[in-house]
Design a protein around this ligand. Structure first.
Ligand code: NAD
Length: 251
């Protein structure tokens, strides 16, 4: 059996399947990831800028520099879901997968039609005031910056408005706790397009019954994985989907 056949068999036979995705699933939509050699955003930017510390202690620097990074992802708000996102959406509709836990902030799983999506690192649709919690849209936040208001301030209380993404040093949103429960209840976790270098999301494989990794490059979690396939996400999912359909015919 090749990898596509093995993974399809695992999905077909597992009662509850969770999927954990990272930036690698969106590179085929033109969204750069963080750590791919040569093209990753960290080859151009200093990651410490996107931290809760920087936002609180030096909001001007956060907004002048950090926004470039968010925009590199956010400009791609016009990005379209690729075949990988679309196949995951189909697999959910066809009841082969139960949920997607994503580290991505690009919103592409929801755009592709996936419904049960846990956005563990937030999203680029929302923003809020750190003092009174008033909600804004991300476009509202960038609008204020474009009008020269750095940092952008809340209309209600004058507090700083921040993007609805999880920054380094932030606690993870409550939704992450729900994602942990989903993983613990599942029979299989399929990890797609993640270096698994960011914690605590990278605790999830060890909380699962078993996990499979599909990633272009090696990860530190490969050794304990049930199956590892170093393959592009889109290709891999296309092949896996075909094999699942073959299983249906046999069944
Ligand atoms: P990462 O950059 O650390 O790792 C991405 C992994 O995907 C790499 O190991 C790379 O080899 C692999 N990859 C790249 N293209 C691939 C493809 N076509 N098919 C399969 N694998 C591919 O990303 P991460 O693990 O998600 O963690 C970093 C953080 O990056 C997350 O916190 C996330 O919030 C943030 N991020 C998100 C986006 C986005 O929303 N699209 C983009 C950049 C960074």
């Amino acid at each position: 059996m090749n990898e596509a056949q093995k993974i399809a068999k695992e999905i077909f036979e597992s009662k509850k399947v969770c999927v954990l995705t990272g930036a690698g699933i969106s590179t085929e939509s033109g969204v750069p990831d963080f750590r791919s050699p040569g093209t990753g955003l960290w080859t151009k930017f200093d990651p410490s800028i996107l931290s809760a510390d920087m936002l609180l202690n030096n909001p001007e620097r956060f907004y002048r520099k950090g926004l470039e990074i968010l925009k590199s992802i956010g400009e791609v708000r016009n990005a379209k879901p690729n075949i990988g996102h679309k196949i995951l959406a189909k697999l959910e509709k066809e009841k082969y997968i139960d949920c997607i836990i994503t580290q991505n902030i690009d919103g592409l799983h929801k755009k592709a039609g996936s419904e049960n999506v846990y956005e563990a690192h937030g999203n680029l649709r929302d923003a809020y005031c750190i003092t009174c919690g008033k909600e804004y849209s991300f476009a509202g936040l960038t609008g204020k910056i474009e009008n020269g208001q750095i940092p952008p301030l809340c209309d209600e209380c004058g507090g700083i408005i921040r993007p609805g993404v999880v920054l380094f040093g932030d606690p993870l949103p409550e939704i992450y706790e729900e994602a942990i429960k989903e993983v613990k209840k599942s029979n299989l976790l399929l990890v797609i397009g993640s270096s698994l270098e960011v914690s605590p999301v990278n605790y999830l494989p060890d909380l699962s019954t078993k996990y499979i990794i599909i990633n272009k490059e090696k990860t530190a979690f490969d050794r304990a994985a049930h199956i590892v396939w170093h393959q592009k996400a889109g290709n891999a999912l296309k092949m896996i989907y075909k094999e699942i359909k073959k299983h249906e015919e046999k069944d």
